[in-house]
Each structure stands twice: as structure tokens, then as C-alpha cells.
Design a binder for this molecule. Sequence first.
Ligand SMILES: Cc1cc2nc3c(=O)[nH]c(=O)nc-3n(C[C@H](O)[C@H](O)[C@H](O)COP(=O)(O)OP(=O)(O)OC[C@H]3O[C@@H](n4cnc5c(N)ncnc54)[C@H](O)[C@@H]3O)c2cc1C
Ligand code: SF4
Length: 567
Amino acid sequence: MANLNIKSKKENSYDAIVIGSGISGGWAAKEFCEKGLNTLVLERGREVKHVKDYPTTNMMPWELEHRGGILQSVKEENPVVSRCYAYKEDTQHFFVKDTEHPYVQEKPFDWIRGYQTGGKSLLWARQVQRWSDFDFEGPARDGFAVDWPIRYKDLAPWYSHVEKFVGVSGNKDGKANLPDGEFLPPFELTAGEKYFKEFLKNNYPEREIVVARCAHITGNQDFYAKQGRTLCQNRTLCQRGCPFGGYFSSNSSTLPWAAQTGNLTMHHHAVVHSIIYDDEKGKATGVRVIDAQTKEMKEFYADIIFVNASALNTNLILLNSTSSRFPNGLGNDSGTLGKYVAFHNYRAGISAEYDGLKEYTTEGRRPTSGYFPRFRNLHKQETNFLRGYAAGFSSGRSTHSDYSGIGDELEQSMAKAPEYGPWRMGSHMMGETIPKEESQVSLDPTLKDEWGIPQLKISMDYDDNDEAMIKDYLEQMSEMFEAAGFTNIRTRDDKRAPGLDIHEMGGARMGKDPKTSVLNEWNQVHACPNVYVTDGACMTSTSTQNPSLTYMAFTARAVDHAVKNRG
Ligand SMILES: Cc1cc2nc3c(=O)[nH]c(=O)nc-3n(C[C@H](O)[C@H](O)[C@H](O)COP(=O)(O)OP(=O)(O)OC[C@H]3O[C@@H](n4cnc5c(N)ncnc54)[C@H](O)[C@@H]3O)c2cc1C
Ligand code: SF4
């Protein structure tokens, strides 16, 4: 019996275990496998193979049974996920249904998840702006949360490392608050966006519109061919999965790259229950996994464990990993695990028209938009709220065809060239929120999921800082829109619950002091250094920029550290 146990332990042992195969887990797998480590990736969802498992990718609108719409009955059964803008008939199979994976909303929170190979990397909007020292120095400067244990210079080479492999289209804009990266050729701003950019230059010199950096291949074709990817074709059907590999996903890029090293083992339907901590050895030795289909519990072992289950699920796993050394969750000596979670504030937006630039039109598609980097409270505190907001900015002209008449008359109407409408301008805010102790996730004491794992209880909300920021965004944008000669200006605050931004962060924050943080400057759990957390759970503050590029950079940096410091 003892021999059998030793044999099974040996068979289930790896150099590194990565929990989750999404954006950050895919990067951990790639880096470990390239460095020669025998790596196990545990993914709770089903297998989704690049191209083969994108069932709607080449479908025409009329081939979709409901022309892309979601049935009212599906919306009623799944009120949370159906509020996500990307949840449509052609993408719904990549989203978690509310009914299948319940959680407890102590305060309303729309938790959007993707449980499959690649996680949410299939679904994301591919916006990849670097963070700057205005972000990493924010908590120390403004006196909230705790100081980040790193600065931009620590992450800059890893941003470059990631960008080169991922393929990032962008323009070098030379802005300190939006550092430049390793860019492929940028997409173009429309005439409306260029007009507003020029207007800002002349009237608000501290403010600027740039073309948003996005993870799409727009050049260097031979390099990406090695990944089996090619140039983006501007189809903007990305969230169906892209057969060209034009945008970055774990499925098209990091996971196949890891697999071709021969060092990758991947288990699907493998729900990680908890991390095993060995009191005698004083370290984590492996993970407990429940087979999602058979419900059988198994154990896997490794010297290094990376937790990349996406921010809130990572909190769940750590909180559920109890032992006599860590009765309140792995590495929770500080009592901060699950606390100081935060999100991005996407509640407000503005739209308008512009009765000029009639000589210009917009044709075709573009998988990105204009981007308004943060301009509030950068060099000094100038408002009644902390931090600031970035904003999306886009403009275009719609066309109207004439379908009047029937028979010959209809034919003649349709033969006319479509008429262009006015320029439409639109923007949405992307506000930084402040992580607070009372914003937290915890394990529900009684409710369990289908696999016997406690359900996650989520409790976070907007505060006065967020309300003041929304007011300021709407005032500032209205003022600039009016001054630029835009008309028919409409503002909105859709009062959405937190979560729909899909940028939840924190709960296992990085920090210098183990008394007030869970992770150190290398993303290692202070009190259990062979466990690393490199997804959104590690984030000390939230910035205004989209976070996934930063998770990827942290992951590559942490793998490098783990491998160099392997015993
Ligand atoms: C519509 C949409 C638009 C977005 N746009 C952007 C954007 O433009 N820019 C940006 O930066 N971010 C964007 N995001 C967010 C981005 O997708 C996430 O930040 C990113 O995917 C997080 O990476 P991750 O590795 O932490 O988690 P994920 O990519 O979600 O992967 C986590 C993986 O872990 C698995 N898992 C979870 N629990 C367990 C468990 N217990 N055991 C085993 N496996 C588990 C999941 O099944 C999943 O595959 C967007 C998201 C969506 C849905
Ligand atoms: S826009 Fe580019 S990445 Fe998106 S589906 Fe089209 S080719 Fe693929």
C-alpha cells in the first residue's frame, strides 16, 4: 500500500503547478515550460481548442438563430451575465451561466466569468495600456491602501517581454502617465477623433486623445507565424475566438507555445479546492482538486504553485486553504486576505453629434478606439476626490439607406448611394476606485457549490469618492464637448452595480510589510514563499488603465524569480 502511495505521488508530481489557464495562467505555463520545468496546468472548465472550438467564428448574422440576440428567458435565468455587453448569441458559450456557478452578493456585484481553456482571454476587449508611476506611487502619495513594493522600472522590462510576444498595436505618444511600449503599427484615429485631439491640443494642452493600444497583430508577420498567428483582419468579431489568431488569447498563443516544449500537462474539469500546506516542511506541497464531472478528489504535488484563477476565485482558493498553521486561509497572517478588493468604475458615459467634417467618412472596422489618458490629480491634488479616470473616446459616421417603395421603386431607392449621418462622438469613463478594508470577499459559512466548495460572498460598493469622480467626469466631458462645438450632448450614469467593468482586483495585495499585506514584491505569499499569486488578486491599487497586461508582466517576472530561486 505504501509503495502504491509513493508511486501515485510520484505520478502526480510536477516541478510547477499553475491554477487556471486564462490570461495570467497561460503566461505562467509558457514561461515555466520554456524554462524547462515540468508544468501542470489545472483548469476547472472544459477544453476549448484554438479555431476548432470557435463554433460561431465564421457565421453570418442570418446564420445565428436569433440574429445575435439573447432570448428573454435566458436573460431572466441569467440576469448577471446577460448584463455584460459582450454576452450575445455568438459568444454566450464562453461565459459562465449564473445558474451553474452561484455566489452570494452581500452587496450587488455582477461577477463575469469564463470557465474554459483560456478563461476570459477569449472574451476580453484586448486593451493593453501600461501602468505608470502615477499608479504605482499612488497609494504612497495619496495616503490610501499600502505602498506598492515595486515601481514602474521594476516592471518595465517585463512589459516589453510580454508585449513583444503578445503583439501590441500602438503609437509611441511619449506620455509619462501612459508609458510607451514595444508597438506594432497603430490603428488610425477617425477624422472626428483627430479633430477632438487637435481641439484639446489648442485648448486643454494637458489633455490628449491617443489611439488605444490593443493586443492585435498589425505587423512583424514572420515572428507571429511561429505562434501560428497572423495579421488582424479588422473583422471585429474577436469575442467569438479568432481563426487568424489576430488578437492575443491563451488559446491562440501562450498555451500552444507551452505545449510545443513537451513540458506541459493540462487537466481540464479540474476544480482546485485548496492548496496543501505541510506543517512539518513549512511549505505548500501541492493542491487538492475535484474532478468537475466525477466529483472525485485528487492531489497533485509540486515545488512551486502559481495561483491564477482570476482575482476573486484566487481569493476563494486561498481562503479555503486552511491548515493548523493558517486557520484563516493560506498566508493570512495579516488578516487582510479577501480584504481591500476594488474594481473599475465604468458607470458614466457621454454622447454627442458634430455638424462638421462632412468631407470625411468612416469606412470598415477597427478593433480599438481613441483613449483619453487620466488627466485629473496627476501632478497635484486638484479635485475633491482622490485619483482620477481615463476614458474611451470614439467617433464615426453612420449611413442610412433608402428602403422606400416596393417593386421597381424599391429597387431604385436601394440603388442610391447610402446617405451619411452626422459625426457621432462617444465616451465612457474608466475610474480608479480605492481599495478599502470593508470591501471584501469571504467564504459563506453555509452555502456550498456543486463540488462542496464554499460559495464566495462578495461585498463591495461605490463610495463618495466614486460619486464625486462620476460628477467630475460628466462635467469635464460636457464642458470639453460643448467647447469643441459638439451638439445634442447627452450624459448618462447607468448606476450599474460594480463588476461589469470585469477588472476586479485585490484581496491578496502586494506590500512591503507582511503585517499589512499577503504578497511580497515578487508576488510570493509572505509566509509561504513557494506559492505565488500573479492575477488580479495581487493588485495593491487599481489605476485607471486596463489591468491584464500588468498581470501578464507580473506573471513573467514572478516565474523568472521562482525558477532562479528554486532550491
Ligand atoms: C468582455 C470583457 C472585456 C474585457 N476587456 C478587457 C480589456 O480590454 N483589457 C483588459 O486588460 N482586461 C479586459 N477584461 C478582463 C480580462 O479578461 C481579465 O482581466 C483577465 O482575463 C484576467 O486574467 P486571469 O488569468 O486572472 O483570469 P481568467 O482569464 O479569467 O482565467 C482564470 C481561469 O481560471 C480558471 N479557474 C477559476 N477557478 C478555478 C479553480 N478553482 N480551479 C481551476 N481553475 C479555475 C477559470 O476557469 C479560468 O479559465 C475583459 C473581460 C471581459 C469578459
Ligand atoms: S478583428 Fe482581428 S482579431 Fe478580431 S476577429 Fe478580426 S481578425 Fe481576428
